[in-house]
Design a protein around this ligand. Structure first.
Ligand SMILES: CC(C)(COP(=O)(O)OP(=O)(O)OC[C@H]1O[C@@H](n2cnc3c(N)ncnc32)[C@H](O)[C@@H]1OP(=O)(O)O)[C@@H](O)C(=O)NCCC(=O)NCCS
Length: 204
């Protein structure tokens, strides 16, 4: 699949769409379908992202530490935006029917021509296919724009929903990284590694 220019559109994103046009921060969206888009994750979206992550704090405890604050989310978004400008990462928020409901990102490795994908969605938006559809669009974006040849997904072996996203997208399980990571005081976990060469995307 190639990206059509119409797919990448300038946008006034929540919560800034209420501002007068000349005060809105710049942004763009990658249209996924009629009610789903990926917004470039920029500092002006930090308040919304922080609210989303705070509301799901217990569920996201394996990925977000207790020290998270609106300022740390804002700083993280600024760092991610600098990484986007440098071609190291594509950081996005998942926007469904005008509301930010999750995130999907690709960390780029120029040397290997690969990208590692990460994602989350709010609990009340699980089970609608929003992540699968968003990540599929993100894969096509990094393949078309950054010439990525292979995508990877790593997920804790017990994270069945995350593994299901990878499998639904046609990724193959290629191994297990033992004692792969830990967050905060939590015990280390084994992680399954999934890979998809761009030539094997089932939807192209
Ligand atoms: C992992 C996580 C992102 C998966 O979210 P999810 O909602 O299960 O994934 P999707 O949005 O792709 O939804 C898939 C479900 O929608 C259904 N669906 C409906 N329409 C669909 C469509 N058009 N396309 C694909 N699936 C669709 C699927 O059948 C599936 O249903 P099921 O849950 O009954 O099996 C989510 O559980 C999460 O945020 N967890 C916490 C953070 C996390 O673990 N992140 C990953 C770290 S590696």
């Amino acid at each position: 699949m190639t990206l059509s220019p119409d797919q990448i559109v300038p946008t006034a994103t929540p919560p800034t769409s209420a501002l007068p046009a000349d005060q809105r921060p710049p942004g763009f969206a990658l249209a996924v379908d009629d009610d789903l888009a990926l917004l470039l994750r920029a500092p002006h979206l930090a308040a919304r992202m922080f609210a989303l992550q705070s509301a799901d704090k217990d569920r996201l405890a394996q990925w977000a530490t207790d020290e998270m604050s609106e300022q740390s989310v804002r700083d993280g978004a600024a760092a991610a935006l600098a990484g986007f400008a440098a071609g190291r990462v594509v950081p996005t928020c998942i926007c469904w029917r005008g509301e930010i409901v999750g995130a999907a990102s690709a960390r780029l490795d120029a040397w290997s021509g690969s990208a590692e994908l990460g994602y989350f969605i709010s609990a009340d938006c699980e089970g609608r296919g929003l992540v699968t559809r968003s990540v599929r669009a993100l894969i096509d974006y990094v393949a078309a724009v950054h010439d990525v040849q292979r995508c990877d997904i790593q997920a804790a072996v017990g994270n069945t929903r995350s593994l299901a996203v990878a499998e639904r997208l046609g990724f193959h399980r290629e191994g297990v990284l033992r004692s792969a990571w830990s967050v905060g005081e939590l015990p280390r976990v084994d992680a399954a590694i999934y890979g998809l060469p761009m030539t094997e995307r089932p939807w192209i």
